[in-house]
Design a protein around this ligand. Structure first.
Ligand SMILES: [Fe+2]
Length: 149
């Protein structure tokens, strides 16, 4: 599968969030490259991949939550955002535990999880609306809150 390219339609209008979403896309492409072309199967490589993803997700959602709170997003929106993070965390942990226990984990399961998250979270999300949420944040609000645009 060819790497997925960044599309301008993915932009939410917040410089750091867009940069991190690009990082998630790069991570997805890197994971595809590793898992689909690697000649030797390594559980360690897959665990490392999931660990990096967990760290990224924690930092990314923290930033988004801070932006949402500074922008006075509704409690419901912040809560939905939090639930989305926990849901993604749970998926990562499940695969991580399965790998540790040496249960069968298909590379396609790992890739589909990341791919689904990217598309749900960044591109055309249905259950998580950060793209829409952040599109609604006026540029001035970001400037006032001290977050770079
Ligand atoms: Fe995001």
């Amino acid at each position: 599968m060819s790497p997925l390219a960044w599309d301008q339609s993915f932009n939410v209008g917040h410089r750091e969030i867009d940069r991190q979403h690009k990082e998630l896309l790069a991570f997805l492409n890197e994971a595809e490259s590793l898992l689909l072309t690697s000649e030797s199967y390594s559980i360690t490589a897959r665990l490392n991949l999931l660990e990096r993803l967990l760290i990224f997700v924690e930092q990314h959602f923290k930033l988004e939550k801070a932006v949402m709170q500074k922008d006075k997003s509704s409690d419901t929106a912040v809560y939905d955002h939090w639930r989305s993070q926990k849901s993604f965390d749970a998926k990562i942990y499940t695969l991580y535990r399965d790998l540790l226990a040496k249960r069968l984990v298909l590379d396609s399961d790992i890739l589909n999880m990341i791919r689904d998250e990217f598309h749900n979270h960044v591109n055309k999300g249905k259950n998580l609306p950060p793209q829409e949420v952040f599109r609604q944040i006026p540029r001035r609000a970001c400037q006032i809150s001290g977050f770079p645009l």
